[in-house]
Design a protein around this ligand. Structure first.
Ligand SMILES: C[S@@+](CC[C@H](N)C(=O)[O-])C[C@H]1O[C@@H](n2cnc3c(N)ncnc32)[C@H](O)[C@@H]1O
Length: 200
């Protein structure tokens, strides 16, 4: 369902990019949300986390554990929507192996740079990171077997556009494993105008 947003989307995206550039460049800071390896371990991340370089995991900013919904099979093609510094993509790259492929997309350049550096540190040749917005994916129809995502769709006002894109790029019968924030009650108009509530 489309969310009524009385907010300038360009301003919102710019503020989101600033927030996550800072998670990328200054990971030791005290953010209003938890970050880092200890947080991923608390969430019960799979053993593959141990092999993911600190470059990625120090800027992990997921909200929950999408791996509770299941593991990936060798050879699968995976899209990580809003891959941040790359933690979930690099966990996925280990699960799908050399016959599989993982593509992470994100709109924050600093996050993409960290993710690419971490992939190189791990010698992961089956993963790539692409600059893109979740609402407009630069991939052909039916390109992926699985979509994973952690803490991203809650940041996007036009959720209909995101889900339309996910269903377009997934093969028929493909899977979606999303960890995200949901609400139980409608957010007030004042709350919807508060950029800090969106970015956090
Ligand atoms: C809370 S962080 C989570 C990052 C990563 N999934 C993780 O678990 O560490 C949210 C990420 O979503 C990205 N993002 C937010 N809105 C986006 C959009 N519309 N398109 C692409 N990326 C977006 C941000 O740049 C940020 O890296």
């Amino acid at each position: 369902m489309a969310v009524e947003v009385e907010i300038d989307i360009d301003v919102l995206k710019s503020e989101i990019k600033k927030t996550y550039a800072s998670v990328s460049e200054d990971p030791g800071r005290d953010f209003i949300f938890p970050t880092g390896r200890a947080w991923a371990e608390d969430l019960g991340y799979p053993p593959e986390l141990a092999n993911v370089p600190e470059t990625a995991v120090e800027s992990f900013a997921g909200v929950a554990n999408p791996w509770q919904l299941g593991r990936l099979a060798p050879g699968e093609r995976v899209l990580d929507l809003g891959s941040g510094a790359g933690t979930d993509s690099l966990v996925a790259a280990q699960m799908v192996g050399e016959q599989g492929a993982v593509t992470g997309i994100d709109m924050t350049l600093q996050m993409l740079t960290k993710a690419r550096t971490a992939a190189a540190e791990m010698n992961a040749s089956n993963v790539e990171f692409v600059e893109s917005e979740a609402e407009r994916l630069p991939f052909p129809d039916e390109s992926f077997d699985v979509v994973i995502s952690n803490g991203v769709i809650d940041l996007v006002p036009d959720k209909d556009a995101v889900f339309a894109e996910l269903f377009r790029v997934l093969v028929p019968g493909g899977r979606i494993q999303i960890a995200d924030v949901t609400i139980q009650n409608p957010v007030s108009a004042e709350g919807r105008r508060n950029i800090d509530l969106w970015t956090g």
